[in-house]
Design a protein around this ligand. Structure first.
Ligand SMILES: *[C@@H]1O[C@H](CO)[C@@H](O)[C@H](O)[C@H]1NC(C)=O
Ligand SMILES: *[C@@H]1O[C@H](CO)[C@@H](O)[C@H](O)[C@H]1NC(C)=O
Ligand SMILES: *[C@@H]1O[C@H](CO)[C@@H](O)[C@H](O)[C@H]1NC(C)=O
Ligand SMILES: *[C@@H]1O[C@H](CO)[C@@H](O)[C@H](O)[C@H]1NC(C)=O
Ligand SMILES: *[C@@H]1O[C@H](CO)[C@@H](O)[C@H](O)[C@H]1NC(C)=O
Length: 364
């Protein structure tokens, strides 16, 4: 029997972070199956995703913060990163659910480019993550013999229990390992999403689209070269540093456009960029930097990105398929301010961007 779960946390660039968290227990709970099926919530017909990028968590309270204002430095450690994640997870949920669920939110992770710089290889980092509580992460999809990287997998989010969509995925989440650094001597710089991963994505998307026309969201760490196609006239948010994608274009954006189901891509990596812009029907979004022991910008709040996917009601007042996908960012300031609300996709007017459509819903 699946429980009604509606939030998943995505953590990118997390190596040291999980080492801290695993002191809370890396055992799988015996009733782990209960958290396996993600599902839209019955009350509000919503599924919420909190994207946390670039935690850079190290040694808890001994690790100082970077790039905070001078008067913040004395009282700032990795514990502020923990405090922020606890608060933000709570803020993103119905207040009644928050105390009970906050430690049991299902979460998924993809690797960043620093995540093997400790004593563990990328494969063992991912294997370790997969063994942690409440995670839905996978090392790689089963039944696929050859695939580059670790942490390529997809998750289905089923419709509301009792509705006609209860056994169907109506939202598809794709997670990919965008690698770390190029291993090709003649190509400098960061890694990229390889043909084997793109082939897996294509096959998976095709299979899922045969079952239902569910929209998809893709999460990985390093931005695609197409993130550089925007300026402030056509994105929401800020760009305060360069786009650190691979120095070559492996064509994954084109693969996404061809597949047709993914409506938005979410990355981390560039901590000072937090924008979302739309290109050829797909939004390309950053989360903005989250962790305090990572470079940032003094006076510019650490932040995380929320995504809320909402269902439509059918003619019998029952929850149906996905109606809209919205996003905003939550800042780690005293009010956990929500900024830059925007509609990423809507069923009936795809791409229609309305002014300030979600402000009333930000504090749910
Ligand atoms: C969990 O699911 C697996 C496979 O569906 C099954 O073999 C196992 O018995 C289940 N475990 C529990 C505790 O229900
Ligand atoms: C970090 O947390 C401490 C203790 O709660 C608080 O006093 C301090 O203001 C926080 N620092 C930042 C930069 O949020
Ligand atoms: C969904 O699956 C369950 C269990 O197999 C079944 O009892 C139920 O009738 C199915 N519902 C729909 C709408 O397909
Ligand atoms: C954004 O606007 C700039 C001109 O200000 C243009 O060069 C660029 O192609 C636009 N990008 C997109 C994705 O529309
Ligand atoms: C937080 O909210 C209070 C009350 O509305 C306001 O006075 C204060 O300036 C806000 N702080 C920030 C950092 O926005």
């Amino acid at each position: 029997m699946a429980s009604f779960l509606f939030t998943v946390i995505v953590v990118l660039c997390s190596v040291s972070w999980f080492i801290v968290v695993n002191t809370e227990g890396i055992r799988r709970s015996s009733n782990d199956n209960e958290t396996k099926q993600l599902r839209f919530d019955k009350k509000k017909g919503e599924f919420r995703i909190l994207q946390v990028a670039d935690m850079h968590y190290a040694d808890g309270k001994k690790t100082p913060c970077e790039d905070v204002l001078p008067n913040q430095l004395a009282h700032c450690t990795d514990l502020n990163t923990s405090a922020f994640i606890n608060q933000d997870a709570a803020a993103s949920m119905n207040a009644a659910f928050a105390p009970a669920i906050s430690s049991k939110i299902p979460w998924a992770a993809v690797l960043g480019n620093h995540d093997q710089e400790s004593s563990l290889s990328r494969e063992s980092v991912m294997s370790h993550i997969v063994g942690m509580r409440h995670t839905l992460s996978q090392v790689n999809p089963s039944g696929v013999d050859v695939i580059d990287g670790f942490g390529n997998y997809n998750l289905e989010v089923h419709g509301v229990e009792g509705s006609s969509f209860m056994n169907k995925s109506i939202l598809n989440l794709y997670f990919l390992d965008s690698g770390d650094y190029s291993t090709v001597p003649s190509i400098p710089g960061y890694g990229w999403i390889k043909p084997s991963q793109q082939y897996w994505f294509q096959q998976t998307s095709k299979k899922l689209q045969k079952m239902s026309k569910a929209p998809g969201l893709a999460y990985f760490h390093i931005p695609l070269p197409e993130y550089a196609y925007f300026d402030s006239s056509n994105f929401t948010g800020v760009r305060q540093e360069g786009i650190s994608s691979a120095s070559v274009n492996s064509g994954f954006f084109t693969t996404l456009v061809e597949a047709g189901d993914v409506k938005a891509v979410f990355t981390g990596h560039d901590h000072l960029n937090d924008f979302c812009g739309k290109l050829t029907g797909i939004h390309l979004c950053y989360a903005g930097g989250f962790g305090y022991h990572a470079y940032g910008k003094a006076g510019w709040s650490r932040r995380a990105r929320m995504v809320v996917v909402s269902l439509e009601k059918d003619s019998h007042d029952a929850w149906g398929a996905v109606k809209s996908i919205k996003t905003w960012k939550r800042l780690d300031d005293e009010n956990l301010t929500a900024v830059d609300g925007q509609v990423l996709w809507s069923q009936h007017s795809s791409g229609n961007r309305r002014k300030n459509p979600i402000v009333h819903g930000l504090n749910d």
